[in-house]
Ligand binder design. Structure first.
Ligand code: GLN
Length: 540
């Protein structure tokens, strides 16, 4: 469908955080996409960091990287995985970025002597960032998810920007969805609507009337409860949508379809309904996901494993890979810092394959070296990602090449054997946004396993790292059996190291997990699981 001007949907959250605004937004976008609309989603984050690139994963979960090298909120990963589209820097905006550009303009004298204020200057900048996606002229619908919870001080300028845009663009061009919680009080034996009434009141005080309420609940919303919510919030009865806790996030688009969230929104935007979404490919994925023929157990070795969100894209990519093989994924989270070497080895004895996760800094490195050593020697399938590749190189140099001092200059700056080191142009940079980021081309060796898996010579994958494999050592590595399977031929940087004489030992400098989607599971993850499963059966 091509409509002349983009329409805007805003998704706000009330009562508590973690209600799943990202999944609801992605699910709605999926349904609209299936109805023939071209849709994109944007996340506005109220924190003051310029981007989540410098945030500790414990604070904010994984940092998701786009093709154009933006370090973004992990919700963008959901958007890409659900919609099979690419997002960009424009799809994630933070308060830090808004203020930075307003202050830069002030320094350039662009405000002509005016006092610079939250209204209109900050809100104008927010509105401009929202409309920038619409102005590309390729999207029928732009969905903007507003991070945080209404009532937060930090969210106020965003809510105000929504109010203004609604007024400027007109009723038929804007739909406002408020996601809220309807808790069940066991003592009263009832679902309670009061928190929702309050959070909608707060929105209304800010001049924003939601058109649709999506109500998170752990049990069905009766007609009576829906009526009560509608009455107290000025929302039409049919626009009170139930969002029951789901068995998996992949059920949510279908649950939203049953509740007609997509139709309600299209009606508000005065858009034609198009065809009822058939969701054939989605349902076939879900069928395989829910009817596995067996299980596969994967150990993920990392230092943030208590917080699974820190490895969101890797976990999701493993689910895609397992589902493609019609297997149920069992995860074992292996702490690379808190566990002893013996405990790590014991944990690896109970998995079918292991992933060594990306990371920064010294903590937990020894545990990762132990894990890689065990997998290499005992022929356990091993997938090393980014830091995982660098640590595999260190392990190999120390234990096979007999270079006990082999190290990365990130970990031991003056090391005598810098198998991983900093490129000249990466030295003395500030920390934020200065890594090798985003999509880069890699050319595969024709006789490599990676080539067999990708079945193409030139691939492009996303990056997020500062340190590189040191090509001074390449010959030694190759001679002894850890081979370069792919290189960035422009810069001559090593992109993949693999051991041909091992059932599956592939380590990548890039992050393949950022490109796996429900409809296009990443070939490395699919093959990793497939091989691990074959080996598991052989052992049995
Ligand atoms: N710390 C390593 C580097 O900066 C690896 C980064 C990562 O795993 N994303 O090169």
């Amino acid at each position: 469908m091509k409509i002349t001007k983009s329409k805007y949907i805003f998704v706000t959250g009330g009562v508590t955080s973690s209600l799943g605004k990202g999944i609801i937004s992605a699910s709605l976008a999926k349904l609209l996409q299936e109805r023939g609309f071209s849709v994109t989603i944007q996340k506005l984050d109220p924190y003051i960091n310029i981007d989540p690139g410098t945030l500790n994963p414990y604070e904010h979960g994984e940092c998701f990287v786009t093709d154009d090298g933006a370090e973004t909120d992990l919700d963008l990963g959901h958007y890409e995985r659900f919609l099979n589209i690419r997002t960009s820097q424009d799809n994630n905006v933070t308060t830090g970025r808004i203020y930075q550009s307003v202050i830069d303009k002030e320094r350039r004298g662009e405000f002509l002597g005016k006092t610079v204020q939250v209204i209109p200057h900050i809100t104008d900048e927010i509105k401009a960032r929202i409309q920038r996606l619409g102005e590309k002229g390729i999207y029928d619908i732009v969905i903007t998810e507003i991070g945080g919870t209404v009532g937060d001080i930090e969210s106020l300028p965003y809510i105000e920007a929504v109010r203004q845009l609604h007024w400027e663009l007109g009723e038929e061009n804007v739909a406002i969805i408020h996601l809220t919680l309807i808790p069940y009080l066991a003592a009263a034996g009832e679902l309670k609507t009061k928190p929702t009434q309050h959070s909608v009141k707060f929105l209304m005080q800010s001049g924003v009337q939601p058109d649709v309420l999506v109500c998170r609940t752990d049990r069905p919303l009766s007609e009576e409860v829906r009526r009560k919510i509608a009455l107290f919030t000025n929302v039409r009865l049919g626009n009170v949508i139930e969002s029951r806790d789901a068995e998996t996030i992949y059920d949510v688009p279908l649950l939203m379809q049953e509740e007609q969230l997509d139709k309600v929104v299209l009606k508000k935007l005065q858009l034609p309904e198009g065809n009822e979404p058939e969701m054939i490919a989605w349902k076939s994925f879900l069928h395989k996901f829910k009817n596995p023929k067996d299980t596969i157990t994967i150990g993920l070795v990392g230092k943030y494993v208590e917080l699974h969100d820190a490895y969101k894209s890797i976990h999701e990519s493993l689910i895609h890979g397992a589902t493609q093989n019609q297997l149920k994924l069992e995860m074992r989270w292996i702490h690379s810092e808190k566990l002893s070497d013996e405990e790590i080895v014991a944990a690896l004895k109970n998995v079918d394959a292991a992933i060594v996760a990306p990371g920064f800094g010294k903590r937990g490195v020894d545990g990762k070296i132990t894990a890689i050593n065990y997998a290499r020697v005992n022929k356990l399938p091993l997938f090393g990602i980014c830091f995982g590749m660098q640590i595999a190189a260190i392990e190999f140099a120390r234990n096979v090449l007999d270079l006990p001092n082999a190290d990365s200059t990130e970990l031991t700056p003056g090391t005598s054997e810098p198998v991983i080191s900093l490129l000249e142009n990466q030295k003395l940079e500030i920390l934020g946004g200065t890594m090798r980021l985003g999509e880069q081309i890699c050319v595969l060796e024709k006789d490599s396993k990676a080539y067999k898996i990708y079945q193409t010579e030139t691939i492009s994958e996303r990056h997020r790292h500062r340190y590189e494999f040191n090509n001074d050592y390449i010959e030694m590595f190759e001679k002894n059996g850890l081979k370069t399977a792919g290189k960035d031929t422009k810069t001559n940087l090593v992109e993949i190291l693999e051991i041909p004489d091992h059932p599956w030992f592939i380590t990548t400098q890039f992050h393949p997990e950022y490109k796996s989607t429900v409809l296009n599971p990443h070939p490395l993850f699919v093959d990793f699981i497939k091989t691990a499963y074959q080996l598991k059966n052989k052992k049995l």
